[in-house]
Ligand binder design. Structure first.
Ligand code: UDP
Length: 247
């Protein structure tokens, strides 16, 4: 396979091969989609912003003992990552009720969830990424029982680290989606991205339910000032450095 061949184009990133077989290049796009790509648009500068936020968060998680696919950023909207076989699950962690949880359960938006909720969705656009039960997931062999346990443990640990970090940024981490992959040695690595596209982030200095939104809900719900919100997240993330959860 030749270098820099396009391997896959997703909604927010294009993945290329590189000269090294175990290394891929992710190109972050400005394209935005929502509601299973029924709504499409562009968020100016999003590719660079999300790449920088994700790079910072991956490095911070690595420093706190979470193995990730991140290697480095050769350009502002490009990330070199370790090649992994993606586990076809979207692992969602929720600290506060919002989005589909409220729509499906009637829970009020803003309800604090203690302990945090970990959910598994089947990563399958044709089926609309359905919510899975543990038994369905095992029935479909999407992960082994041991991997499921590992995903749950890693997701909760990542939540602790991110929640604490965002708190220092003056941001409440409401919920977020993670993806994981297995490298050639079958090690489970955190993959994909963590950014305002994949998290719900509420500004602690705003009490108004629309004004506080700093994430893709601004795009989903046509709240305006999407670029400004993403930029603000990046500025706060960059200003809040350090190893926040002590090793
Ligand atoms: N999420 C995501 N990709 C998806 C679905 C959800 O990144 O395909 C994120 C979403 O941004 C939110 C969290 O996962 O931070 C929980 O999303 P939810 O299930 O509430 O779905 P939504 O309301 O986005 O339909």
């Amino acid at each position: 396979m030749s270098a820099h061949q396009k391997l896959y184009e997703g909604k927010a990133k294009i993945i290329y091969s590189t000269d090294e077989p175990e290394v891929l290049l992710a190109n972050f796009k400005d394209d935005a989609t929502a509601f299973n790509a029924k709504k499409r648009g562009t968020i100016a500068g999003k590719g660079e912003i999300n790449c920088k936020i994700a790079a910072h968060l991956f490095q911070m998680l690595e420093a706190n003992g979470i193995p990730t696919h991140f290697i480095d950023c050769p350009a502002p909207n490009q990330m070199r990552v370790r090649a992994v076989r993606i586990v076809p699950l979207e692992v969602v962690v929720r600290n506060i009720a919002a989005g589909s949880l409220c729509q499906q359960t009637g829970l009020e938006v803003g309800t604090v969830l203690k302990p945090p909720l970990v959910e598994f969705y089947y990563k399958n656009d044709e089926l609309g990424d359905p919510l899975l039960t543990r038994d369905r997931l095992l029935l479909m062999s999407l992960a082994t029982p041991e991997q499921l346990e590992q995903l749950q443990t890693m997701a909760l640990r990542i939540n602790e680290i991110l929640k604490e970090f965002f708190h220092k940024c003056g941001i409440t981490l409401v919920d977020f989606k993670l993806e994981f992959g297995l490298d050639q040695q079958q090690h489970m690595l955190l993959a994909d991205e963590i950014s305002p596209d994949t998290c719900r982030l509420w500004n602690d200095s705003e009490s108004d339910p629309d004004r506080r939104v700093m994430d893709k809900d601004r795009f989903r719900r046509d709240l305006g000032q999407v670029e400004d919100a993403y930029q603000q997240v990046l500025e706060r993330v960059l200003a809040t450095t350090g190893n926040v959860v002590g090793g």
